[in-house]
Write a protein that binds this ligand. Structure first.
Ligand code: SF4
Length: 295
């Protein structure tokens, strides 16, 4: 079945949208512009389940009246949602990671049910023992999944952010922006830096000078990074340039190792995917594609 052009690209950007755009423009074009459905992966479902379970746990710990589901219940709910959205049975979902003796199918649903639960337990231990408390904002909202809308370039560029946690470091009284990572450690703190700018625009009276990642696989944090290098001007440059690339439709493929686990590789012309003929390639004009009877 040929894909029809679907995208009315949203006005706003997000950190992940810009990361995806810069990692592989063709993947961005396929998923965001043409609406190609991605093959669901257990890493995304499992990671989202860890995020959701810990979010509920923290909200309850801050006095929000919510039922605490089990990790298995959250995982199952997200699996069903992914099946519905993709139209693909869970049997065919993608497994990432390495095969081991205990898990020859790599990081499958079975792996996530065991390890995801362990990650949630590590978060509980971390919350009980680390010298961090959840920050409460001036309106009394706890710093859990805080939503910010960063406005740049005289309101021409908007960046939507959901910040996992803002914590208070009890040793120094400083605020620390914290992002939960259920995958491998990351080497750059740019995401935290962008969050700093978003938070400082939302809370101009408050300083957010530090940030760290919490690694669910080990249960410990990264070093605490100073974020003073991340300024409004730097964020404005990054997001306005990315928006120009996106709005001009400059989507170049970036074939490499990541193609091995790419969720839309079947539709990608750069790797001669078996379904690549269902999406108009960028070098074919709309009238020519229409004449070919595919639109
Ligand atoms: S297969 Fe590779 S080049 Fe193609 S969209 Fe995926 S990541 Fe990009």
């Amino acid at each position: 079945m040929a894909h029809a052009y679907v995208a009315e690209l949203p006005r706003h950007l997000s950190f992940s949208q810009v990361s995806n755009l810069l990692q592989c423009g063709e993947k961005f074009r396929l998923t965001r512009v043409w609406g190609v459905k991605e093959l669901p992966g257990w890493a995304l479902i499992g990671g989202s389940a860890v995020h959701e379970w810990t979010e509920i746990y923290d909200k309850i710990s801050m006095g929000v009246a919510l039922p605490q589901p089990t990790f298995e219940q959250v995982f199952e709910k997200l699996t069903v949602e992914a099946e519905k959205k993709s139209g693909i049975n869970r049997r065919d979902f993608k497994c990432s990671g390495r095969a081991t003796k205990a898990f020859p199918d790599k990081e499958s649903a079975a792996w996530w049910l065991q390890e995801g639960l362990s990650m949630c337990r590590s978060w509980v231990t971390f919350r009980q023992n680390a010298p961090f408390d959840i920050w409460i904002d001036p309106k009394g909202v706890p710093g859990i999944e805080l939503a910010c809308k960063l406005s740049l370039d005289d309101h021409h560029t908007e960046v939507v952010m959901y910040i996992d946690r803002v914590m208070v470091d009890n040793r120094s009284g400083e605020l620390v922006i914290l992002d939960l990572k259920s995958g491998q450690p990351v080497k750059v703190d740019a995401q935290l830096g962008d969050y700093r700018i978003g938070l400082e625009q939302k809370y101009p009276e408050t300083q957010f000078r530090y940030g760290c990642f919490w690694y669910a696989r080990t249960g410990v944090t990264s070093p605490i990074f100073p974020l003073n290098e991340y300024t409004y001007g730097r964020a404005e440059h990054k997001y306005t340039q990315a928006k120009r690339i996106r709005d001009a439709g400059i989507f170049l493929p970036n074939p490499g190792q990541q193609c091995g686990w790419c969720s839309v590789a079947d539709h990608c012309y750069a790797v001669n995917g078996v379904l690549s003929g269902t999406v108009r390639p960028p070098w074919v004009s709309i009238p020519d594609w229409g004449r070919a009877g595919d639109e």
